[in-house]
Ligand binder design. Structure first.
Ligand SMILES: Nc1ncnc2c1ncn2[C@@H]1O[C@H](COP(=O)(O)OP(=O)(O)OP(=O)(O)O)[C@@H](O)[C@H]1O
Ligand SMILES: [Mg+2]
Length: 278
């Protein structure tokens, strides 16, 4: 019997219509669409992630499993995020939204990761600017007032999310944000199981770039460590769902082991980062 999943599995018939392209990167293409879910037709961000490398097709791209694992763990960690779902979208709809989507990357129906619009649809552009440099006093102030900031910082170190730039925090209401985009957990979408080292200090953008972690207010530092002490418990809660998604794929099972071990090793890593003594 399959476990109850926090990610909904939608029927293609629930896809109502494509609205507009939103973003594209090296491996992923996002568009806005109307989707019917629980009797309501609403705006969802639908992200198609290629599973092959564009140039030679031999390297697996693991963005979709990263989204699934990241969302599932974040859900069980209680981080604020929008309802997400998997839905199959036809290649012709995807190509109508993304003219530059190479035919080699997409065929038939494609499983896409869909995320319900986090901000009020009547307000445009409530996503934060993609901030990649240190010391923006304005954004620091906004985020320091957000009660979930320490948990998100800790979480990113746990799951080795190397891309939590501020563009992946969506303002839901003043002072409240939702996390999106787990595509770069496990060190990025091109991870190889053998390269994942649970003790390594991978980049944590919110801590390395936006803030100097040693200068965070003491209550924030304590809350980061408090949150880290719950990782193993969170992993345990997520485990039946992760087992469903991993199946018997040896690389994915190895990634699961990495996350479980790191649920432990993230505590000294974070203690060190914020400059406290364990
Ligand atoms: N649930 C959501 N609510 C509001 N906006 C969203 C949501 N999901 C995605 N977006 C918007 O779509 C953009 C692209 O989504 P996402 O970050 O997952 O993909 P990406 O390919 O990594 O793009 P980027 O390189 O811009 O980060 C986001 O930057 C954000 O503006
Ligand atoms: Mg993003």
């Amino acid at each position: 019997m399959s476990p109850k999943l926090c990610i909904e599995l939608l029927d293609p018939e629930q896809y109502v219509t494509a609205l507009e392209p939103v973003a594209f990167g090296r491996d992923s293409y996002t568009h806005l669409a109307l989707i019917n879910f629980e009797g309501k037709t609403r705006r969802w961000y639908v992200k198609f992630i290629t599973d092959r490398n564009d140039s030679d097709g031999s390297l697996p791209v693991r963005g979709l499993i990263n989204e699934i694992v990241g969302y599932t763990l974040a859900h069980h960690a209680g981080l604020p995020q929008s309802q997400s779902a998997l839905i199959r979208v036809t290649h012709s709809v995807l190509r109508s939204m993304h003219k530059d989507l190479g035919t080699a990357l997409v065929s038939g129906d494609n499983a896409c990761f869909a995320s319900l619009e986090a901000h009020d649809p009547s307000k445009r552009n409530t996503g934060m600017v993609k901030l990649l440099y240190r010391n923006s006093a304005d954004i620091q102030k906004k985020l320091l007032g957000w009660t979930d900031l320490p948990a998100v910082m800790a979480f990113d170190t746990w799951v080795a999310n190397v891309d939590r730039n501020t563009g992946n925090l969506i303002q839901v209401r003043p002072g409240q944000f939702a996390v999106i985009d787990h595509g770069r957990i496990l060190t990025g979408p091109h991870w190889e199981a053998a390269d994942l080292k649970s003790d390594d200090d991978y980049a944590n953008r919110l801590m390395d770039i936006l803030f100097d972690p040693t200068k965070l207010p003491l209550p924030v530092k304590s809350a980061i460590l408090h949150s880290a002490r719950r990782f193993l418990e969170v992993y345990k809660r997520a485990e039946p769902e992760l087992a469903f998604w991993f199946g018997s794929d040896p690389d994915k099972l190895e990634a699961g082991n990495f996350l479980q071990k790191r649920g432990h090793s993230a505590i000294p890593l974070l203690t060190n980062l914020v400059g406290l003594i364990a």
